[in-house]
Design a protein around this ligand. Structure first.
Ligand SMILES: NC(=O)c1ccc[n+]([C@@H]2O[C@H](COP(=O)([O-])OP(=O)(O)OC[C@H]3O[C@@H](n4cnc5c(N)ncnc54)[C@H](OP(=O)(O)O)[C@@H]3O)[C@@H](O)[C@H]2O)c1
Length: 299
């Protein structure tokens, strides 16, 4: 049997994306075979497609995609955490492994997966894995005490929105930085102590999470901790011991924490615009119009 996958040979514009037939993958040791239900488009998919990032492993043609919502079909040797038929969420760190999720069937390590929360549509659930893991790993990298004030840039984006909510549930005082006033509508309700529009406040916070790739050093108290999720930052003015660049790693345990917060109503995800995965070019064009909308891809 052949399956479809969204692949590209040489990096370039949206039209390099192709739906191709690929052989059925076979789960290796500790892996499971998952039937994809939904995924989402993230900035890294665009950067890999256009050649700004080259995956560290694998070779062309690459299958794109980080996020995954799907159903376990088969377990490989020594994989025993999930029974076939279990719905799961997961992330494949494509820039590291060269393995993407935009494929009818995907093999991933079972340790990268968590049981999917019930009662949430696949399209909405697909907004959680990569942005959620990145936000959680950024919040954990802060290493600040409860009550500390933390500024989040890109707060209306996928990572920023989740970071704000996690900070709130963990007892931090979250400040949101957005670029434009109308982005206030995209902020999760009731979690930001203060919303800053256009520019960061002057030297007032104990920690920052940069999810926009901008210099927030002027807002940080001298001993504060600077966390960024955007390669290329943090700025040189921040000492190495006070700075962390978070590159999200796969973690089923952390995804389980995020799934439980979603079930408990402590995390809210945006309602995405949904495309069939066969409409991949149209989906990318919509994403790149930068309307601030999340895009879900469904099978
Ligand atoms: N390290 C990792 O493992 C990892 C994982 C996931 C994401 N990321 C990176 O984290 C960043 C955010 O990802 P995301 O999924 O949250 O993206 P997103 O949904 O597109 O959100 C990005 C947000 O940042 C804002 N922004 C971008 N450039 C800005 C600027 N110069 N000044 C002010 N605001 C700006 C955007 O506002 P506009 O809509 O006005 O542009 C948007 O609200 C991306 O660079 C992405 O590549 C890294």
């Amino acid at each position: 049997m052949n399956l479809f996958a969204v692949q590209f040979g040489s990096p370039g514009d949206i039209d390099v994306l192709q739906l191709r037939d690929i052989p059925v993958p076979s789960p290796g040791d500790g892996e499971v075979l998952i039937a994809l239900e939904a995924s989402a488009i993230n900035p890294a998919d665009v950067k890999i497609r256009n050649g700004s990032i080259t995956p560290r492993q694998g070779s062309t043609p690459f299958t794109l995609g980080y996020d995954l919502v799907g159903t376990i079909r088969e377990a490989g040797p020594s994989a025993d955490r999930f029974l076939p038929g279990t719905r799961v969420i997961g992330v494949s760190t494509l820039a590291v492994t060269g393995k993407g999720t935009w494929s009818e069937f995907v093999c991933l390590p079972e340790t990268s997966l968590a049981r999917a929360p019930e009662g949430v549509s696949p399209a909405v659930l697909a907004q959680l894995p990569l942005p959620g893991l990145t936000a959680l790993q950024a919040v954990e990298a802060l290493q600040l005490s409860q009550g500390a004030e933390v500024l989040v840039s890109g707060a209306a984006g996928a990572v920023g929105r989740i970071a704000l909510q996690l900070l709130h549930t963990r007892g931090y005082r979250a400040h949101a930085l957005i670029r434009r006033a109308e982005q206030t509508e995209s902020l999760p309700a009731g979690v930001a102590e203060e919303v800053h529009i256009g520019s960061p406040p002057a030297s007032c916070v104990d920690g920052v999470i940069d999810a926009a790739g901008i210099d927030l050093s002027a807002a940080l108290r001298p001993t504060g901790h600077y966390v960024t999720v955007v390669p290329g930052s943090p700025p040189h003015s921040i000492s190495e011991k006070n700075a962390t660049l978070v590159i999200a790693h796969e973690s089923g345990a952390m995804l389980q924490t995020l799934a439980e917060l979603l079930t408990a109503g402590e995390l809210n995800l945006p309602e995405p615009t949904t495309f069939k995965i066969s409409e991949i070019e149209a989906a990318h064009r919509e994403y790149e119009r930068r309307l601030g909308r999340r895009i879900a891809l469904v099978v």
